[in-house]
Design a protein around this ligand. Structure first.
Ligand SMILES: [Zn+2]
Length: 376
């Protein structure tokens, strides 16, 4: 996992852009993959029309439309259309898996892992994307300056991804891997105001958009990019954060049956019958767990702290700042904080805003040496 994350970052670094060379406009858009499925998915909306733009044909009029990937193309209501891209339009919102999207989505057929899949892509103006994502990623009740800091970070993330996207029909996914996008129809008033107040503003270093990482709550000290992601970035050295004490995940306890951990470790291709001990082998400078040593009937296995989170669930082991003990046949994780700990600490931003700090000062704290630039 660490190696994967590292090579992905390396790829992005190689493709980094000279920001000022790229003219940006207020109507700039981002393309979001809102669903990726191998089976069937329903598109519903008033006066729905599905067309095959390449053939200039209407495929279905009226909804809902059930679309599915096939070896020959895209099945719509059971009929196979020999196409790799269809467009669905509606006079109102198009509902895809409970997400209400405005008026139009594209349906792509892609091959992943040798098998066809359907990717539903929705295109949104960047500012609407920022407002929707701030709504989904930060409580609407947070102070205005914290929401403004989040808006700049969210916009920076989107612009970075847009100009560094691999050759795919979308820039970002809608889930927690990228940023949570909940559609543009449920934007809180406070998120909208924070977006308008910072319109076009991007966080930069050396005139390029930064890797605008953020997390819920670092519990006292953010993690450096070097120790968190394996790549040193001058603007992500890890900083003190004595401002996030109100975070509800300041302390957490997770109890994981050893049998469940053994099952989760099947992904390492080792079939374990018995776990004798689980110990922290190495920590980063901020105390986060770098490596865990597991003694089993099949020998010693080492995983990273992030591996443990991924294997048993990011919402179970909420951070990499934890201690381990074994009680009977249960692994007890006693931890602090929530999220990977790199970049903006959302609860810390709230704490700083309550101390009357402005959003640019908040961003300067978590991303030292950066500069806010207005791109449009
Ligand atoms: Zn913090």
């Amino acid at each position: 996992m660490r190696r994967g994350a590292r090579s992905r970052l390396g790829l992005l670094a190689a493709a980094s852009l000279a920001l000022l060379a790229v003219p940006l406009a207020a109507e700039e858009t981002v393309r979001i993959a809102v669903a990726q499925v191998r089976d069937q998915i329903s598109l519903a909306g008033p006066e729905l029309v599905v067309t095959d733009p390449a053939a200039g044909e209407v495929v279905q009029r009226g909804g809902p439309a059930l679309v599915a990937p096939t070896d020959q193309g895209i099945a719509v209501g059971g009929r196979v259309v020999a196409a790799t891209r269809l467009v669905a339009q509606s006079s109102g919102a198009i509902t895809v898996r409970g997400l209400a999207l405005e008026r139009e989505v594209e349906v792509f057929r892609e091959i992943r892992g040798g098998r066809p899949e359907i990717v539903i892509v929705h295109t949104v103006p960047i500012e609407a994307y920022v407002a929707a994502t701030v709504s989904a990623e930060m409580p609407a009740s947070f102070p205005a300056e914290a929401l403004k800091a989040q808006a700049v970070v969210t916009r920076t993330f989107a612009i970075f991804r847009k100009f560094n996207a691999p050759e795919r029909p979308y820039h970002m996914e809608a889930g927690v891997i990228d940023q949570v996008f909940g559609g543009t129809q449920r934007i809180s008033e406070s998120a909208r105001a924070a977006t308008v107040a910072t319109a076009g503003e991007v966080l930069t270093f050396g005139r390029q958009p930064v890797r605008a990482y953020y997390h819920s709550c670092c519990a006292g000290h953010t993690e450096s990019a070097r120790e968190g992601w394996g790549q040193a970035l001058p603007y992500l050295p890890g900083v003190k954060c004595p401002y996030d004490g109100d975070c509800p995940s300041q302390q957490y306890t997770a109890r994981i049956p050893l049998a469940r951990l053994a099952r989760a470790l099947l992904v390492t291709r080792v079939k374990i019958k018995r776990i004798a001990s689980v110990k922290i082998a190495d920590r980063t400078a901020t105390g986060r767990v770098a490596r865990i040593a597991i003694e089993t009937d099949r020998g010693r296995i080492e995983i990273s702290g992030e591996d443990l989170r991924r294997l048993v669930g990011y919402d179970v082991v909420k951070s990499r700042l934890f201690d381990l003990s074994i009680e009977g046949d249960v692994l007890v994780v006693t931890g602090r904080g929530s999220g990977h700990g790199v970049g903006l600490c959302q609860w810390g931003a709230r704490g700083l805003a309550l101390k009357q700090r402005t959003y640019d000062a908040i961003l300067g704290h978590y991303f030292p040496r950066t500069k806010i630039m207005k791109m449009y």
